[in-house]
Design a protein around this ligand. Structure first.
Ligand SMILES: Nc1ncnc2c1ncn2[C@@H]1O[C@H](COP(=O)(O)OP(=O)(O)OP(=O)(O)O)[C@@H](O)[C@H]1O
Length: 333
């Protein structure tokens, strides 16, 4: 079985996560009397005579279970939940030299920042991840999902995307209200509690943006900050994509710290290109890019976390001054 994640899980865990497997186990000689054993162990325990009788091999049974979980997850929209880890394997920089790392693993719930001078290749790295590069981009990098090479058939399909990209420009061209826009999106995701989800999205978006907007507001009249807040909240709450790529959350009147917390709170992997020290220090690690290649991966140190607290206070002061300025007040510290 190529999916080690399934084979190492216990029968109990598998039945809780994929209740539809019970019948499959029954039909395929998997003993469910002891649910604490792993699927791998249960497969090993199958009697050779029974296998011969059914003209099956253990490998065939494991492949059958794996394919079934894959298909059902796709149909039930569970697929996004099975991304636990993203792995980046080195390619080459712009001069053709191998990148300076062996393997970079990013786990669910982690924030990684990407830093480097203009033109150094930050957007390229985000694009490699979005494309789940298999040595077929200018950098020759490879991306693995859950330790496996990726089935690239998803690349051109529109539904169930693995990666959501929050780009710098959010231009709405549709003539819809915020409610209609969210309703369309909710319908395409077939969510059960549409109204509740829509309310949660707008509430969180308003929490990020300075000036409040309502469900009746036409999307075309949202300000830059408001539309960005709406897209971030929508991505965090409604998007099925487990990986979120952000090409700089600029300072356009949104609370950047809350935005990141919202995205990561929904158990996603977040990769963000940024030059903003406050955002960079919110990450667990940062990838340093130069001349198209990854030169270093730095873990955020305890000292840096202290700096983060200072920056947070400075940032709050600046935000307050900005607000006062907007509302025509005299500035004082
Ligand atoms: N390893 C590489 N090999 C070949 N070309 C590369 C490599 N990395 C990046 N490039 C190319 O270099 C150019 C600049 O890269 P990119 O746009 O990613 O930079 P950036 O750091 O995002 O810049 P900015 O901060 O200005 O947005 C792009 O054309 C990109 O395809």
């Amino acid at each position: 079985m190529k999916n080690n994640i399934l084979i190492n899980k216990t029968i109990d865990e598998l039945l809780k996560e994929y209740p539809f497997l019970e019948e499959t186990f029954e039909e395929n000689l998997i003993d469910m009397s002891d649910k604490t054993v792993s699927l791998g162990e249960a497969l090993n325990k199958i009697n050779e005579f029974d296998l011969e009788d059914r003209a099956l091999t253990k490998e065939q049974i494991s492949t059958l279970i794996e394919n079934y979980v894959d298909q059902m997850s796709e149909i039930l929209g569970l697929k996004e939940n099975i991304i636990e880890k993203l792995t980046l394997l080195p390619g080459t920089d712009k001069s053709g030299n191998k990148e300076n790392f062996e393997k970079l693993e990013i786990l669910k719930g982690e924030i990684l920042c990407i830093v480097g001078p203009t033109g150094s290749g930050k957007s390229r790295l985000l694009a490699d991840i979005e494309w789940t590069a298999q040595g077929d981009t200018p950098t020759k990098r490879h991306i693995l999902i859950n330790d496996e090479n990726v089935d690239t058939s998803h690349r051109l399909s529109s539904g169930n995307k693995m990666v959501a990209q929050l780009s710098q420009n959010m231009n709405f061209i549709m003539d819809l209200s915020v409610y209609e826009f969210l309703e369309l999106h909710a319908a395409s995701r077939m969510v059960e509690d549409k109204e509740e989800i829509i309310n949660r999205i707008i509430e969180n978006a308003n929490n990020l943006a300075g000036e409040k907007f309502t469900l009746d507001t036409p999307v075309t009249s949202l300000s830059g900050g408001q539309s960005r807040a709406l897209m971030i909240s929508d991505t965090a709450i409604l998007s099925s994509s487990p990986i979120v790529l952000i090409d700089e959350i600029e300072n356009a009147g949104i609370d950047r710290k809350k935005a990141l917390e919202l995205l990561v709170g929904e158990e996603k992997i977040v990769l963000m290109a940024t030059h903003d020290p406050l955002l960079a220090l919110m990450g667990n690690k940062r990838i340093v890019i130069n001349n198209g290649g990854i030169k270093n991966v730095i873990e955020t140190s305890d000292d840096e976390k202290e700096i983060f607290l200072e920056l947070e206070e400075m940032d709050k002061k600046i935000q307050d001054l900005r607000k006062d300025l907007r509302y025509g007040k005299k500035l004082k510290i």
